[in-house]
Design a protein around this ligand. Structure first.
Ligand code: PLP
Length: 259
């Protein structure tokens, strides 16, 4: 059956493929909250159920691949999708199921947050999943949004110690096939937090902001969801990244705003 676009004032929905976080700080709850802040509708595909607090991950249940395929098929049957945000995938089987299921909608842009490890140290993607993600999902992505440690882990190299090295790492990640790579500056030092956007179309674009002392779980999820909303609305990738960064800065600066 052809997808029917209903609701959302004609705005395309965002398909969120991500995991739950029982602490509410990260994962799909954060994604949906962000999309609601932008008055965008979310279609939700759950890849894993995680039991975690702010300080540790105690259990992970990976959803069977056939259920992931069924969720994606049903979501795509329901509404037209303007962008896809992918967060925690967990295993190689999940990456494979997602790649397979999305092969029928090649024109919809994907914003891929390559979630590897929680800030509390819990492993959120196995080694086979990381390989499959690089090989099969990166080439489908409009944008991949690693933080500094994720960029290093994806390249199996050391953590960058300068902006020049980060730019080279972004270019190396671009060679895996995405249209663009955004390395987030939250884990670097200095007065400014500079996100580095490297794309096939526009080369390097810097997105600076003041560095806030605050930290909050789920900022990576929030940024990627906000970017996906911008992309779904048709703004340029650079503008979507800038807008999303301003949103996350506000989220960090308003303590009682978040979950
Ligand atoms: N848990 C889940 C389910 C996530 O999807 C993510 C990030 O996407 C995380 C944890 C990591 O978030 P944090 O770095 O805030 O721990």
């Amino acid at each position: 059956m052809a997808p029917v676009d209903e609701g959302g004032g004609g705005r395309p929905a965002v398909l969120v493929i991500a995991a739950t976080d029982s602490s509410g700080g990260a994962g799909i709850a954060r994604d949906v909250q962000v999309l609601a802040d932008f008055s965008a509708d979310a279609l939700c595909v759950v890849t894993a159920v995680t039991a975690q607090s702010d300080s540790r991950v105690t259990a992970v249940h990976h959803i069977p691949p056939e259920i992931i395929r069924a969720q994606i098929a049903a979501a795509l049957e329901t509404r037209q999708v303007g962008a896809i945000k992918i967060g925690m995938l967990g295993t190689r089987a999940t990456v494979d199921a997602v790649v397979d299921s999305l092969s029928q909608i090649l024109s919809v842009p994907i914003v891929l947050d390559p979630v590897l490890v929680s800030s509390s140290g819990g492993v959120l993607l196995d080694a086979g999943g990381r390989d499959a993600m690089r090989k099969n999902l990166f080439p489908r992505a409009a944008l991949v949004t690693p933080n500094v440690p994720e960029a290093a882990a994806l390249l199996e190299t050391g953590i960058a110690n300068s902006e020049q090295v980060l730019i080279e790492q972004a270019q190396s990640l671009l060679a895996f096939g995405p249209q663009a790579v955004l390395i987030k500056g939250g884990h670097t030092g200095g007065e400014e937090a500079v996100d580095l956007l490297v794309s096939r179309d526009h080369g390097l674009q810097r997105i600076p902001s003041p560095r806030l002392r605050a930290t909050k779980r789920g900022t990576g999820c929030a940024l990627a969801s906000a970017i996906a909303e911008g992309v779904a609305s048709g703004v340029s990738l650079f503008d979507a990244c800038g807008h999303a960064k301003r949103y996350v800065l506000e989220m960090l600066s308003v303590n009682n705003r978040c979950l």
